[in-house]
Ligand binder design. Structure first.
Ligand SMILES: Nc1ncnc2c1ncn2[C@@H]1O[C@H](COP(=O)(O)OP(=O)(O)OP(=O)(O)O)[C@@H](O)[C@H]1O
Ligand SMILES: [Mg+2]
Length: 363
C-alpha cells in the first residue's frame, strides 16, 4: 500500500497544506513543535478512523477554527482511493471513501493499513499490561472489523457488570442474580477475542524470534498469557468453559465490587533466553524487542493482506543505536515509510521535506 497525497485543512497547526509522498522513504524533518507528528497522525487517522494520541477528535481541529478536514489519496495494488475525514463541531466526524459516505468507522479497516512506531512504544515491554493489550487490540482491529466490534461490545457489557458488582457488594440480591446474564455475553465475546489474540501472538512470534536472532543473537519467546488459562479454548465448548470460570469467581468479584477476571486482564509475556523481559531486560534489550515486534507486525500484515502496510516511524531513529538503525534501514528499503526526525539526514533516494511552523518545504 502506498499513500500518495495528503491534504490538510485546519488540522492541528496546519491551516492549509498539500503533501506529496514518494513510494519509498519520506524523510520529514524539522525542529520540535513544527508539525512532524501531526502529519503522521493525519495518515493514521485516515487509516483507522481515530488518532493514535488524541483523546477527542476536537483536539485535532486547529485552534480558533470550527472544523478540520483531511483528504488522503492512497493506492493498493488494484486501485487508487481517496479517504476524506471531516471533524465537525460537537466532536462529530464524517468519513467518505471515494466520495461515498460511510457510517461505520470499522469499514475503514478494509482499506489502508499502517504500522506506527513512536517513542512511547518503547514502553511496550516494561510498561503496564494495558500497553500490551492496546498493542494487540489496535493491531488486530486494523485487520478485523469483527474483532473491533466484539471488543466494543465486551467493554460495554463489562461496564454494566461492574455496576452490578458494586450494587451486589452492598447486598443487592437482584443485582447479584443479574450478573449471570452479563456473564453469558462476556463469555461469548470473550472467547472470540481470546482466539484472535492467541492466533495473532502466534502469528507474530516466529517472525519476531527470527528478527531478534539476527539483531541480538539471543532467543526471544513471546507468549500470550490470558486471564483464564488457554486450555479453555481447547475443547468443544470454550464459551461454556469461560462462563464456568466466571461463575467460579463470581463471589470473589462481588466481594471486590468490580470484575477481576476476563480478557481485560490479558497479557503478553516476552522472554529473552528464558528470562522474563519485563523483569530482567536492559533498556537496549527492551528496544530490540519492540523493534522486532513492529517489524514482525509489518510482515504479519503483509501475510494477511498480501501487501505491506505504510510505516509511520515517529522520531525513533534517535532512540536506536547504530546497529539497530542499520537493521531497520535495511528492512524498510522496499517499503513505503514516513520517517520523522529533528535533523536533516542523508538518505539515498529518499524524498526529503522540511517542516516549519505548519508549512512543508519539499527539497
Ligand atoms: N489543535 C491545534 N491547533 C493548533 N496547533 C496545534 C493543535 N494541536 C497541536 N498543535 C501544535 O502543533 C505543533 C506541532 O505539533 P507536533 O506534535 O506535530 O510537533 P513535532 O514537529 O512532531 O515536534 P517534536 O519534534 O517535538 O515531536 C505543536 O506546537 C502543538 O502545540
Ligand atoms: Mg513529534
Amino acid at each position: 500500500m502506498e499513500v500518495k497525497r495528503l491534504k490538510l485543512k485546519n488540522f492541528r497547526n496546519y491551516s492549509e497544506e498539500t503533501i506529496e509522498f514518494s513510494p519509498r522513504t519520506n524523510l520529514i524533518y524539522g525542529d520540535n513543535a513544527q508539525g512532524k507528528t501531526n502529519i503522521l497522525e493525519a495518515v493514521y487517522l485516515a487509516a483507522n478512523g481515530r488518532s493514535h494520541r488524541a483523546k477527542t477528535d476536537t483536539q485535532m481541529v486547529r485552534f480558533g477554527e470550527d472544523y478540520a478536514k483531511i483528504e488522503l489519496e492512497f493506492a493498493d495494488k488494484n486501485r487508487v482511493y481517496k479517504i476524506v475525514i471531516g471533524i465537525l463541531p460537537g466532536n462529530k466526524k464524517s468519513v467518505k471513501i471515494n466520495d461515498v459516505p460511510i457510517n461505520k468507522l470499522s469499514v475503514l479497516v478494509n482499506y489502508l493499513n499502517v504500522v506506527m512506531f513512536s517513542p512511547e512504544d518503547l514502553e511496550l515491554v516494561k510498561g503496564s499490561p494495558r500497553m500490551r493489550r492496546h498493542f494487540m487490540d489496535t493491531s488486530i482491529s486494523s485487520l478485523s472489523p469483527r474483532y473491533l466490534s466484539d471488543l466494543v461490545t465486551y467493554h460495554k457489557v463489562l461496564a454494566q457488570k461492574n455496576n452490578l458488582l458494586r450494587s451486589a457488594r452492598l447486598g443487592n440480591k437482584k443485582a447479584s442474580d443479574n450478573i449471570d446474564v452479563w456473564n453469558i455475553q462476556l463469555a461469548s465475546a470473550g472467547v472470540r477475542i481470546m482466539k484472535e489474540r492467541q492466533s495473532f501472538v502466534a502469528g507474530l512470534s516466529n517472525e519476531a524470534m527470527q528478527i531478534h536472532k539476527d539483531i541480538a543473537q539471543s532467543e526471544l519467546r513471546i507468549e500470550y498469557s490470558p486471564s483464564f488459562e488457554l486450555d479453555i479454548l481447547n475443547s468443544d465448548n470454550p464459551e461454556m468453559n469461560y462462563l464456568r470460570k466466571l461463575e467460579e469467581v463470581k463471589q470473589r468479584e462481588i466481594e471486590n465490587g468490580s470484575a477481576l477476571y476476563g480478557i481485560q486482564r490479558d497479557e503478553i509475556k516476552f522472554f529473552i533466553d528464558n528470562n522474563e523481559a519485563k523483569i530482567y531486560a536492559s533498556q537496549g534489550q527492551q528496544r530490540t524487542v519492540v523493534l522486532c515486534m513492529k517489524l514482525a507486525l509489518t510482515e504479519y500484515i503483509k501475510r494477511r493482506r498480501d501487501e505491506y502496510p505504510v510505516l509511520l516511524f515517529d522520531d525513533i531513529m534517535s532512540e536506536l543505536d547504530e546497529k539497530h538503525r542499520l537493521y531497520l534501514a535495511d528492512s524498510i528499503r522496499d517499503k513505503q515509510v514516513l520517517l520523522t526526525c529533528t535533523d536533516r539526514e542523508e538518505s539515498k533516494g529518499a524524498k526529503i521535506m522540511k517542516i516549519e511552523n505548519g508549512k512543508v518545504f519539499a527539497e
